[in-house]
Write a protein that binds this ligand. Structure first.
Ligand code: ATP
Ligand code: MG
Length: 298
């Protein structure tokens, strides 16, 4: 692209992760504002991860529910920077913090689910599994749009010679088949059903105001969590939490433990929780969540 790393002024840090640091930047010449994710490419493994993220971003950056990539720029000391559309309200996990963990009301939750499903439908149609769907990887903007971000552990399924058996990603949102591929007949998995699991858990968390698979207020016990995901009951919204039958059913179809029974994106897009006729403007429902929050202090 015609952009140069040195033409951008860093305004603030938007987030850090395993993949790199994300800055809010301003293009000095046009004054346009972007997010710039600087991917560490200092060692061979990081270089491979960065290359995969860049390749997926290049292929998949043309959908309203996927964060757009405006260019890939060489950065100092061999790192790679990707210029992304700025999502000015940050991620859904920061939204949850700013709302002090109040459950997100159902009209907005349905709108979030619908937009995430549209983004996943696009990715899956390109044979890309995201593999890390969780609140910190779903971003929102002032227009009320919700977009999928962070392809650090994504997988281009079609090209993969090996089955997709690996342990990258945050284990808290990983599906049973990801932990325990042998339980699924040793066939490995393509990752699409894992994206649905991550979405189901995300929607459940936002609807409850807390991560549902760990006891509240205690230090997470990762071994117990993994055990519960693999061998426990199918997660369900507790009766003590207010939720419509549609939301309860949506979550339970996403969280079918057996990946073969879990609903696909196409099935879920027809689910009454997201497909009702009052769901015409998903952005509007999300925007209502943002009115009390200040856009400049995510
Ligand atoms: P992790 O390993 O924690 O998932 P990562 O290094 O892979 O993170 P991202 O998830 O892409 O990086 O970004 C980290 C954080 O930076 C996000 O959770 C979000 O808060 C912020 N962020 C990323 N991209 C954008 C963007 N386009 N606009 C606004 N904020 C962003
Ligand atoms: Mg992330």
């Amino acid at each position: 692209s015609e952009h140069h790393f040195s033409d951008f002024d860093k305004l603030e840090v938007l987030g850090h992760g395993n993949g790199g640091i994300v800055y809010k930047v301003c293009h000095r010449i046009t004054a346009a504002i972007y997010a710039l994710k600087v991917l560490n490419a200092g060692d061979p493994q990081s270089r491979r991860h960065a290359a995969r993220e860049v390749e997926i971003l290049r292929r998949a950056a043309d959908h309203p529910s996927v964060v757009r990539c405006h260019g890939v720029l060489p950065a100092p000391s061999g790192d790679v920077a990707v210029l992304l559309e700025l999502m000015d309200f940050g991620s859904l996990d920061s939204l949850q913090l700013r709302r002090q963990a109040q459950p997100i009301p159902e009209p907005a939750l349905s709108a979030i689910a619908r937009q995430a499903l549209l983004g996943l439908s696009y990715l899956h149609s390109l044979q890309i599994a995201h593999r890390d769907i969780k609140p910190s990887n779903l971003l929102i903007n002032a227009a009320g749009e919700v977009k999928i971000a962070d392809f650090g552990v994504g997988k281009i399924v079609r090209r993969a010679l090996d089955k997709c058996v690996s342990y990258v990603g945050t284990c808290a949102y990983m599906s049973p088949e990801r932990f325990n591929p042998a339980a699924q007949g040793g066939a490995g998995y393509d990752g699409y059903a894992g994206d649905i699991w991550g979405l189901g858990l995300t929607i459940m968390e936002l609807g409850m105001g807390r991560f549902p698979l760990l006891p509240q207020g205690e230090r997470p016990d990762w071994a117990a969590l993994m055990w519960a995901i693999c061998f426990g009951e199918t997660p369900a919204i507790p009766d003590s939490v207010e939720a419509s039958p549609e939301l309860r059913d949506f979550v339970s179809q996403c969280l079918q433990k057996d990946a073969a029974k879990r609903w696909t994106v196409a099935q879920l897009l027809d689910h009454p929780f997201v497909s009702g006729k009052d769901r015409a403007s998903p952005e509007l429902a999300v925007r209502e969540l943002l009115v009390d929050l200040d856009c400049d202090s995510p």
